[in-house]
Design a protein around this ligand. Sequence first.
Ligand SMILES: Nc1ncnc2c1ncn2[C@@H]1O[C@H](COP(=O)(O)OP(=O)(O)OP(=O)(O)O)[C@@H](O)[C@H]1O
Ligand SMILES: [Mg+2]
Length: 161
Amino acid sequence: MTVELTTYSADETLAFGRQLGKWLECGDIVALYGDLGSGKTQLTRGICEGLNCHDDVTSPTFTLINEYEGRCPIYHFDVYRIDSDEDLFSLGYEEYFDGNGICIIEWAERIITFLPSTRLDIFLEHQFEAGRETIRSIRVIGRGNFMNGRNWRVLQHGEIA
Ligand SMILES: Nc1ncnc2c1ncn2[C@@H]1O[C@H](COP(=O)(O)OP(=O)(O)OP(=O)(O)O)[C@@H](O)[C@H]1O
Ligand SMILES: [Mg+2]
């Protein structure tokens, strides 16, 4: 099952993230893929809001991981600067992935072989149409058992209040 959408502003990406955040379950892994400025952090902000987290959400560029408190603990990774497997191991990533919090990982492509097979993948892409800088295509794909027992239509049709 794949959900595809286009957002035309940063606010629209925020709103979709909020919807996602309400729909996610504690323990979920959300892997974000996409170039610099594609909107990974912006989407993460929305997800956090949807999880009732009102902390300041910024890319954990130097720390590699930020923790927030929402409906459940949120672990926000940015693995852009990870350049060896040892870096990842020293982060203790397995404990986060196996835990009851929600893990959101920016630049997931860099640690793809270490990601659990059950996860939500989200691909963000710039769409440079008609000279506009604010169009993004977003593709959401459930992997492994992620879709089991979930109502995807809710996400597709924006039925979450
Ligand atoms: N439709 C859109 N969705 C998301 N962000 C948008 C959109 N249109 C414009 N923007 C702007 O694009 C930028 C996206 O930045 P953001 O930090 O979320 O990207 P990122 O993918 O996390 O980048 P990085 O790889 O550097 O961490 C923000 O300045 C945001 O305001
Ligand atoms: Mg970012």
